[in-house]
Write a protein that binds this ligand. Structure first.
Ligand code: SF4
Length: 161
């Protein structure tokens, strides 16, 4: 997997103070996409074990408490990103108790493959659907167009378990 940006402290992409990773690779080609430079799967730079370690360390940082991890792009559920994302989220679940995981994808929840479903089983929230320019609404929170849906996959109690 390649990625474009990593923000160790982010207050824009999801609730609270977070770590945010923008990965490379997206097949959806939405007109008006804000992040066209991420479409190519080989764009950006390699996501290494060192980068993975950095994210885990930042989530564990007790000086600046992060609520969780946000994954955007590009598309974290691009078929070629699934292995790396599943490994990263497996570590977040094992090593970062109490942190929530938000994923933004251009796919819709109902159309996810088995491999994509395995990944979102490790997440708390999925914001799904392509960006549709005609449905763009700047008043929306956490999404760009009104067709996109915020799916809360786990209850807050389950997140802490
Ligand atoms: S899903 Fe997101 S990154 Fe992909 S083309 Fe649409 S707006 Fe751009």
């Amino acid at each position: 997997m390649n990625f474009h940006q990593y923000y160790p402290i982010d207050v824009v992409n999801g609730p609270g103070t977070r770590c945010t990773l923008f990965v490379a690779g997206c097949v959806h080609q939405c007109p008006g996409c804000y992040n066209k430079s991420t479409w190519r799967i080989d764009s950006g730079k390699p996501f290494t074990v060192l980068q993975e370690d950095q994210i885990i360390a930042d989530l564990q940082d007790t000086r600046i408490r992060r609520q969780g991890l946000s994954l955007s792009g590009g598309d974290p559920l691009h078929p070629q990103n699934l292995g790396a994302i599943e490994q990263l989220l497996g570590r977040v679940r094992a090593e970062c108790a109490g942190k929530d995981v938000w994923i933004w994808t251009g796919y819709q929840l109902a159309e996810l493959s088995g491999a994509q479903q395995r990944v979102i089983a490790l997440a708390d929230v999925l914001v799904d659907g392509k960006f549709v320019q005609d449905l763009r609404d700047p008043a929306l929170i956490w999404r760009g167009s009104s067709n996109q849906v915020i799916h809360y996959l786990r209850s807050p109690v389950a997140q802490q378990a």
